[in-house]
Ligand binder design. Structure first.
Ligand code: ADP
Ligand code: MG
Length: 254
């Protein structure tokens, strides 16, 4: 059975997509069969991994609405063990079109159930909201990873996210656990980064990942080349940090 990890935080710009793309690529490099699911209508994970959105006929939108099978959505990437279920802006429509559907929160879960056995890891990149798309991701997942940017107000909005997670656990998905909180864009020269890191560690000593993702220019450059950072600059601190994170996550299972 695949480990299905939703990468969620309703704040934008905290490193969800960067983490989804680069953790997926790092797991694939460790020869774990990995699927990256883009649940954000912005489709940044889709383009960041190198797919041309204009050439996509079928996207996760069609899968959620039952218009195609999961297998039809799988797209190859430049990495042997990594496939993608892409998204384009039409996914915005799903939020509205699913409102009256039966079991609307479980559409992604049902879709992934078709192909789950083919993968060791399925990573879901969530949009910056707690709407139906994120609810679908949290219902399909067995674990949540929350990226937190090391800046002022990092904890703001967190209680709302934790509430949503616990509601989903009660109502829709009892197996959901919050296993990973990841510090992103950490700047070691900045006192604030250290303070925020310590505050988060105090609240979540069990969940905080040992790996810390540094602020690294290579991580922000790689998506414009359609590459995960490890194919762009493997020696960079950003690439090495996500490889470390993959090792940490794989090791947590043995
Ligand atoms: P989200 O998906 O949460 O909105 P992104 O992953 O898209 O966040 O990151 C927001 C912006 O910050 C992007 O431009 C991305 O390239 C950049 N970024 C993310 N993580 C880092 C990092 N560790 N170092 C430098 N830039 C980063
Ligand atoms: Mg994003």
């Amino acid at each position: 059975m695949a480990q299905i990890i939703a990468i969620a935080n309703q704040k934008g710009g905290v490193g969800k997509t960067t983490t989804a793309v680069n953790l997926a690529a790092s797991l694939a490099t460790a020869e774990k069969k990995t699927l990256l699911v883009d649940m954000d209508p912005q489709g940044n994970a889709t383009s960041g991994i190198g797919l041309e959105k204009e050439n996509l006929e079928l996207t996760v939108y069609h899968g959620l609405l039952g218009e195609c099978s999961a297998a039809e959505l799988l797209q190859p990437t430049q990495l042997d063990h990594l496939q993608v279920m892409p998204a384009t802006p039409d996914l915005i429509g799903a939020e509205v079109e699913l409102v009256s559907a039966i079991a609307r929160e479980k559409k992604l879960k049902a879709l992934l159930a078709e192909i789950e056995d083919e993968f060791s890891y399925i990573l879901i990149d969530c949009p910056p909201s707690l709407g139906l798309l994120t609810v679908n991701a949290l219902t399909a997942a067995n674990r949540v990873l929350i990226p937190m940017q090391c800046e002022y107000y990092a904890m703001e909005g967190l209680s709302q996210l934790l509430n949503t997670i616990s509601l989903i656990r009660q109502e829709l998905n009892p197996r959901l656990s919050l296993d990973h909180i990841l510090l992103t864009m950490f700047d070691g020269r900045n006192n604030l980064s250290h303070q925020v890191g310590e505050e988060i560690r105090t609240h979540f000593p069990e969940q905080l990942c040992e790996t810390i993702i540094p602020r690294n220019i290579r991580l922000s450059e790689a998506p414009s080349h359609g590459l995960p950072v490890l194919l762009y600059d493997i020696a960079s601190k950003g690439a090495q940090a996500y490889l470390d994170l993959a090792r940490e996550i794989i090791q947590a299972e043995v």
